[in-house]
Design a protein around this ligand. Structure first.
Ligand SMILES: Cc1cc2nc3c(=O)[nH]c(=O)nc-3n(C[C@H](O)[C@H](O)[C@H](O)COP(=O)(O)O)c2cc1C
Length: 180
């Protein structure tokens, strides 16, 4: 299949996740175009068989650039199998209230896209202190303390479950290939 991987990232973890996804899909024989949503102008989405979209949650919202690109190409994307990966730190926990908030954020994202992804998955992201300015670093330490998480502001911390993500990708790609 020809697969579009369209993402938005603020501190880089979603880019890392999408590079992993691209490598995985290529290793299974698919051809992949990895594209930052900021660079989606002029994209011909109709030439793909399937699309993976990914964005990360910041203060309860995903990046407007991903929503804008998904909406701009709604006509083509709505017709193909799609997977939406929503990256956040709340996805690393088990708090039912926070998980419901993530589902609500994904519903709002789909409304913004103007079409419903065939599959949506919540993916745990990372603390990236190396990318934060003073205020973000302070805010993230406070969030970590609220969740009783020990974080060392001198070190990044990756919560993404790469094995589980690989399985999601394999499963989605297999069902997308069947649907073709
Ligand atoms: C300023 C800021 C606000 C954030 N807000 C949320 C939030 O509302 N909910 C959440 O679960 N995670 C939140 N996060 C965590 C990010 O979603 C997480 O770090 C993710 O890995 C970022 O992905 P990116 O590096 O691709 O931007 C926030 C992170 C930052 C820096």
């Amino acid at each position: 299949m020809r697969v579009l991987v369209l993402y938005a990232t603020t501190e880089g973890q979603t880019r890392k996740i999408c590079r992993f996804a691209a490598d995985r899909l290529v290793s299974e024989g698919h051809s992949v175009e990895l594209l930052n949503a900021e660079d989606a102008e002029g994209l011909d989405a109709g030439r793909f068989d399937a699309a993976l979209l990914a964005g990360s949650v910041h203060i309860g919202k995903i990046q407007p650039a991903l929503i804008a690109a998904a909406r701009e190409h709604a006509g083509a994307l709505a017709k193909m199998p799609t997977l939406y990966l929503q990256v956040s730190l709340a996805a690393a926990g088990k708090d039912p209230g926070e998980l419901e908030e993530l589902r609500e954020i994904a519903r709002e994202a789909a409304e913004g896209f103007g079409w419903e992804p065939s599959r949506t998955e919540q993916v745990a992201g990372a603390f990236r202190f190396s990318e934060y300015d003073f205020f973000k670093s302070w805010a993230m330490r406070w969030i970590a303390s609220q969740h009783r998480q020990e974080v060392d502001p001198g070190r990044d911390r990756d919560y993404t479950d790469w094995t589980a993500l690989g399985e999601i990708l394999d499963d989605w790609a297999a069902s997308a290939a069947e649907r073709r």
